[in-house]
Design a binder for this molecule. Structure first.
Ligand code: HEM
Length: 307
């Protein structure tokens, strides 16, 4: 979506996703993380950290924020995954979009009668009923937030844990000084660059980049991992170094479409990692990790752990 339509819709959401609003959510995020950890620790070992920790946390948080019942998580997680994986056929991805849109549309219709304290209710009451947004836009926006809000962060949590367990010196440094976590999250975002499919764009006019001319109407894919692993920007980019200043990374994109949910993603990552590292000092990788290179957002299918 381009301006001015994009600016208009993005502005409608900015209040709910700004740093101040997300800071107010932190106690609720902590509760969700505590509950996920309690479930993980109560279960058998080895446990799958993806299904029992990394995925439930952002799913529960975005469900609560958006006003989607968390008990429907199997439905929205499965369809979200179908939308975003190359192992789906085009028909399967398209069907997943149709099913999720219908689901959000039904929730939105119910909010007309009975609004709650959530983003979907605010979109319906403050925007749809006032005529600023039509019902189709409410569905698209709800769908984008629901899917972007859990799949990306879930992959980041699981991959971050795997990366730190493979770098025990850095894990030890974080445990000794948890104030390093804020910087470590930026380095993990850079190092892992989970939106590895890159961001597709179409040139609006001829433009020259690094001596290459891209003509008007040509498509380009801007590669986030290539930018985040550019040795001209980050020395030894293939090394994880939680002490480096990685704040210039573009893991959340760049420009007007830069991730709306980044304050939320940062808060979730920080709280989930801090809680897991400090409360489970014996956490170790077990055999059987399954990476998921076919997903548009890089991640893991399974991450077996013991403690
Ligand atoms: C670590 C987790 C996350 C990563 C790495 C990530 C990454 C990205 C990237 C790279 C973009 C830009 C896409 C483009 O330019 O085409 C983007 C956009 C977006 N993200 Fe995220 N995201 C994350 C978490 C979230 C969360 C938690 C939400 C919450 C709802 C969210 C909502 C969005 C939305 C709505 C956009 C579109 C913004 C626009 O077009 O103006 N993301 N994200």
């Amino acid at each position: 979506m381009d301006p001015p339509e994009h600016d208009r819709i993005r502005r409608m959401l900015s209040r709910d996703f700004m740093v101040k609003s997300i800071d107010a959510l932190r106690p609720r995020i902590q509760k969700i993380v505590d509950a996920a950890l309690a479930d993980l620790l109560a279960g058998p070992q080895p446990a799958d950290l993806v299904q029992n920790f990394a995925l439930p946390i952002p799913s529960a948080v975005i469900a609560r924020l958006l006003g989607v019942p968390y008990q429907d998580h199997d439905f929205f997680q499965t369809n979200g995954r179908r939308m975003l994986t190359r192992s789906s056929t085009l028909e399967q991805s398209a069907q997943a979009v149709v099913d999720l849109r219908e689901y959000i549309g039904e929730l939105a219709r119910r909010r007309r009668e009975k609004p709650g304290d959530d983003v979907l209710s605010r979109l319906v009451v403050e925007r749809e009923l006032t005529g600023e947004l039509d019902h189709e836009d409410v569905k698209s926006t709800g769908l984008l937030l629901l899917v972007a809000g859990h799949e990306t962060t879930a992959n980041m949590i699981a991959l971050s844990v795997a990366a730190l367990l493979r770098h025990p010196d850095q894990m030890a440094a974080l445990r000794a000084d948890p104030s390093l976590l804020t910087g470590a999250v930026e380095e993990l975002l850079r190092f892992l660059s989970v939106v590895h499919s890159g961001v597709p764009r179409v040139a609006l006019e001829d433009v020259e980049i690094a001596g290459v001319t891209i003509r008007e109407d040509e498509g380009v894919i801007a590669s986030i991992p290539a930018a985040n692993w550019d040795p001209a920007q980050f020395a030894s980019p293939g090394e994880l170094d939680i002490l480096r200043d990685a704040r210039r990374h573009v893991a959340f994109g760049f420009g007007i479409h830069q991730c709306l949910g980044q304050p939320l993603a940062r808060a979730e990552l920080e709280i989930a990692l801090r809680t897991l590292l400090l409360r489970v000092p014996g956490l170790r990788l077990a055999d059987g990790a399954e990476f998921a290179p076919e997903k548009a957002v890089y991640g893991l299918h399974r991450l077996p752990v013991v403690w």
